[in-house]
Design a protein around this ligand. Structure first.
Ligand code: GUN
Length: 298
């Protein structure tokens, strides 16, 4: 039996509609417009696409968007100066530095320079800490948060089920672990995180009721690595060369979609699964940041 496709575009559209209403309410009742600053350093083509998508979604929903594109050779000090300026700019409620930055940039220092109240990516150590201990007055990182909302709105409750995360990045794998294990509605999973150093990785992925693939390797997860009727969430976004397409590449996830879809109960497609949710949760976080900065109830 073929899996049910989880439609990330549709669920993201619902979340965005809720955001649009919140933005109208903020304008009507408080005369505030949420603002997001996105910083892109360099010319990585994939990052350019993501940053433009974020900018466009802000405009669509009525969020003020300030896009700062810096040359690839920009020194660290200049990035830090821009962040300091944005930290003090009252029009800006959220600040995001697109990852990965060029090699001369110390990302850890850049992330720590963002005012935690404006850290809508939830990359600042203070917000990572809040997320880990289950506090609601920080942020949740956009991609893992998007996965939680996808599961919830698809009627999949992780409580008591075995979630296996493939990958341990700071952007996805590690925070995914924290959100899924949390003692809160929509979470309460038993969590295993597997990675490049894991022994007998397929034995562990086969024990997953919910498998989250976030390892950044095209079509890494094959049908023999999953359990019959598993829920499979594909966070991967890999460009693979394809001379037969106009762009010269195609996007594939970390899951071998066709064969895994035959065995899974639910699966997210790439594109159109987790990707749109990441942006929807970024918009949601920007609105939350605006409310918290103005002392409005969240
Ligand atoms: N690069 C890939 N995903 C993300 C993200 O969620 N935020 C930022 N800033 N950079 C990314």
């Amino acid at each position: 039996m073929a899996a049910q496709i989880i439609d990330g575009k549709k669920i993201a559209a619902q979340v965005n509609e809720e955001s649009r209403k919140e933005i109208s309410m903020l304008a009507r009742d408080h005369n505030f417009q949420p603002g997001l600053a996105v910083i892109l350093i360099g010319e990585d083509p994939a990052s350019q696409v993501y940053v433009n998508m974020k900018d466009r979604k802000c405009r669509e929903l009525g969020i003020y968007s300030a896009k700062h594109v810096l040359a690839a050779a920009t020194p660290q000090e200049e990035v830090l100066e821009l962040i300091a300026q944005l930290n003090h700019d009252p029009k800006i409620n959220g600040i995001l530095v697109q990852s990965p930055p060029p090699p001369q940039i110390d990302e850890e220092q850049v992330v720590a320079a963002v005012d935690p109240a404006k850290d809508v990516d939830c990359f600042h150590p203070q917000n990572v800490g809040k997320m880990f201990i289950g506090r609601q007055d920080g942020f949740f990182p956009c991609t893992p948060y998007g996965v939680m909302v996808l599961l919830e709105r698809s009627g999949i409750d992780p409580a008591g089920r075995h979630a296996v995360i493939v990958g341990r990045s700071n952007i996805v794998g590690k925070p995914m672990l924290a959100l899924l294990v949390q003692k809160t509605a929509g979470a309460n999973a038993t969590v295993t995180c597997v990675h490049s150093r894991t022994r007998s990785l397929p034995e562990l992925t086969r024990r997953a009721d919910i498998l989250i693939a976030a390892i950044g390797k095209p079509e890494f997860i094959t049908a023999d690595m999953i359990r019959e009727n598993a829920v499979v969430v594909d966070v991967g976004m890999n460009r693979v060369e394809d001379a037969g397409t106009q762009r010269g590449y195609r996007l594939v996830g970390d899951v071998k979609f066709d064969e895994v879809a035959e065995k899974a109960a639910f699966i997210t497609p790439v594109p159109g699964g987790v990707g749109p949710m990441t942006i929807a949760m970024l918009m949601h976080n920007t609105i939350k940041a605006c409310k918290m900065q103005h002392g409005i109830k969240i």
